[in-house]
Write a protein that binds this ligand. Structure first.
Ligand SMILES: [Fe+2]
Length: 239
């Protein structure tokens, strides 16, 4: 069984500190306070509405929508026997594409999605009180692709869609050996790869009808936010 210890720290929005990052951090801090005052079910409902709204946004290079892709990823995680946190991370892994500001930087052109979407999604989740494990898994889903391209080389790279191989280059290309070794030592390494495998499988068109809907995840999302709030409160009391 995997140790549930401290995951790799997630950068706060982008890897390069800037004036924009500082402003974003202040904005996030205020937003976090607002979120803490809100009912967890209303946060979860709002998130799933955002997911449902992405039904009309095509998933990069595939004949399915962003919503269908994320629902299929969560479905495969559940089917593979992953724990709830991994199912939620799979459900939310591409949230950065759908929650980003309208003027957010794109990878090449708008058809390839938002640059740094993994960190934008991770930040969105941090503001809403998700666990550091889920934040780390969402932030690392691009790194998992970069790792597998290093580990398996041409055999893996040749199976990427044209859009996916293009975005890989925008995302830094295959890992180098030092990055790969650090990634392998991450306590969430196996689960981060598991999410990548679900991401790869989540491209079925047409979208199968039996895949659970966005609304079906509202109770699980709300329960997770509540659990994290209880955990933080008990840690604050101990401190
Ligand atoms: Fe994805």
């Amino acid at each position: 069984m995997l140790a549930v210890s401290t995951p790799t720290p997630v950068p706060e929005f982008t890897q390069k500190p800037s004036v924009r990052t500082t402003l974003m951090n202040e904005h996030q801090h205020m937003l976090s306070k607002t979120m803490r005052a809100r009912d967890s079910t209303s946060i979860a409902t709002e998130m799933m509405q955002l997911l449902k709204d992405s039904q009309f946004s095509p998933y990069i290079g595939e004949a399915i929508s962003q919503q269908e892709h994320m629902l299929q990823a969560a479905y495969h995680a559940k089917l593979d026997g992953c724990r709830n946190e991994v199912v939620l991370a799979a459900l939310l892994h591409d949230f950065g594409h759908i929650c980003a500001e309208q003027d957010a930087e794109q990878m090449g052109d708008p058809t390839h999605g938002t640059a740094h979407h993994e960190f934008i999604g991770a930040t969105y989740l941090r503001v809403r009180g998700f666990s550091e494990e889920i934040i780390s898994m969402v932030a690392a889903h691009v790194d998992a692709k970069r790792y597998l391209t290093w580990k398996r080389g041409q055999e893996y790279y040749s199976k990427l869609s044209p859009a996916s191989s293009f975005t890989l280059m925008c995302q830094g290309g295959p890992m180098n050996e030092a990055e790969a070794t650090a990634f392998e030592h991450d306590p969430l390494f196996a689960e981060k790869l598991a999410i990548r495998y679900c991401d790869e499988k989540a491209k079925i068109a047409p979208h199968p009808e039996h895949i659970p809907t966005a609304d079906s995840y509202i109770p699980l999302l709300a329960a997770h936010i509540d659990e994290q709030r209880r955990l933080r409160q008990s840690q604050a009391v101990v401190a």
